[in-house]
Design a protein around this ligand. Structure first.
Ligand code: FES
Ligand code: FES
Length: 162
């Protein structure tokens, strides 16, 4: 069964004809604009498919597209502004928090939610690791990712954030 879905993705209102059984991940992967959203386990275990749904990080592989009528979705493509990488992306690059890059978009979206919701007090390693425990990385050992999140929070506290 097909149906129409109205949704806002990265600030753009979109309408899609979807299959009622299609996941949000499958919908995003079917569109060339959202290829940062990665497909891996499709069981909610790896976090590669993480996007923000109405501001909250979710595993898009576990969500039926039909259930998000009227919602707002943010993918890491939506963090780029006028061709400029987001300060969070810059921090991941500067701290070498990216190796193969497969986990990175999911890491970015979870980190973005964490930092955006955090106050001025510096996040601890433990808080960052707890927040990112659903995002698996087989390359970095996480230390550089934790450092990148800290650097990004400093950028936010310095007024460099959008
Ligand atoms: S692909 Fe969604 S959590 Fe792994
Ligand atoms: S950088 Fe390769 S999986 Fe994280």
């Amino acid at each position: 069964m097909t149906m129409l879905l109205n949704i806002t993705i990265n600030g753009q209102q979109r309408t899609f004809e979807i299959d009622a059984k299609q996941t949000l991940l499958e919908l995003l992967r079917s569109q060339p604009e959202y290829q940062s959203v990665h497909r891996s386990c499709e069981e909610g275990e790896c976090g590669a498919c993480t996007v923000l749904l109405d501001g909250e990080p979710v595993n898009s592989c576990l969500i039926l597209a039909a259930s998000v009528e009227g919602a707002t979705v943010l993918t890491s493509e939506g963090l780029v502004r006028q061709g400029q990488p987001h300060p969070l992306m810059q921090a991941f690059t500067a701290e070498l928090g990216i190796q193969c890059g497969f986990c990175t978009p999911g890491m970015l979206m979870n980190s973005y939610a964490l930092i955006s919701g955090a106050g001025d007090i510096e996040l601890t390693d433990q808080q960052i690791r707890k927040s990112l425990e659903g995002n698996l990385c087989r390359c970095t050992g996480y230390v550089n990712i934790v450092n990148a999140v800290k650097k990004a929070q400093q950028a936010k506290n310095g007024g460099q954030w959008w």
